[in-house]
Design a protein around this ligand. Sequence first.
Ligand SMILES: Cc1ncc(COP(=O)(O)O)c(C=O)c1O
Length: 400
Amino acid sequence: MISKRARQLSPSETLRISAKAKELARRGESIISLSAGEPDFKTPDHICRAAIRAIDEGFHGYTMNAGTPELREAISEKLKRDNGLEVSPERIVVSNGAKQSIGFTLLATVDPGDEVLIPSPYWVSYPEMVKLADGKPVPVKTSLENHYKLTPELLDEKLTSKTRALILCSPSNPTGTRYSNEELKQLAEVLRNYPDLLILSDEIYEYIVFDGEHAGILQAAPDLADRTVLVNGFSKGFAMTGWRLGYAAGPEEVISALAKIQSQETSAPSSISQKAGEAAYRGPLDPVHAMREQFKKRRDFIVDAIKEIPGLNCFTPSGAFYLFPDCSRYLDSTSPSGKSIRTSTDLCLYLLDEYGVAAVPGDAFGEPNGFRISYAASMEQLEEAARRLKEGFSRLSKSH
Ligand SMILES: Cc1ncc(COP(=O)(O)O)c(C=O)c1O
């Protein structure tokens, strides 16, 4: 009864760990969750008030399928203001989160068997969304030494006549790494040799950048605009995960195919959320900057704490709210109770079961030697988590 398409999808490892963490917490255990992919802040007040006003004023109906003209105008102006990009509102479709924008872009552009390059470690949903579009996800393994960034050489090696698209994510989930303008320029040089290739640039963590300025492929290589879809959204920068609001901006042909799919699958996102999104982009960015400052303090704390644990290896990420330490030295060890730790999943289950710290195994992100820590948690929680992690790792002994 279940389709091949549904059967080939992998269940989410992230959800497995967080379901277990929730179950342990429900039973009264002291659990610190560092597995969340969402800011632990409240959506700024002026944005909430715009949504309340929308309800009070009866803005309840369906909106235009691609999003309200006002929100698309606000996005167009934001792209000019923050990114120096000229994108007319007709080349923008607003969706139920960046996730939907990415999924529909892939459905609109990938044919059965087409390959989609995904630098790994990657956000868990990319390969699964490629599979849903009947495409073939092709992970491109990157290295810790190069801060998990795709290089022109790695890119060139993996490009074939079957490659349909490349997904870039900067700042990155799960590593917090970020490309500079110069690095993107170098990638663009390779991309110019493949004129039929689509570039999907996921910039959802744009506002959570600590050192330097956010750079996107379109700033580095404006000539790629006719085949680049820029995806962004409100979830991370404005702490609006539950509002479900994101968008795709790109070439007219792709955007209208995406809009056609959206018109048959979901229609536009909630009218109330769209009013909130408009307020987010037209209003002050001070709350966004204040959240970023909090994330920066937490990052500095957790990076120092992790670096103090012998054998864990990480760099200081310059964006998003994740840290992705390499834990390979611990992947052949035994816990005090005799549990064998062979994979990052074993390790994360040990940390959760014995120390009540929930992190996400790197297996889920295509990099079995690491694990993801989200520092979207309070300083108190991070301090306690750091103490527990230190102890947890110190109790592991090498197998044999
Ligand atoms: C890299 C990346 N892209 C997209 C999304 C989806 O965001 P949204 O809430 O807008 O669907 C996430 C959420 O975790 C993400 O980490």
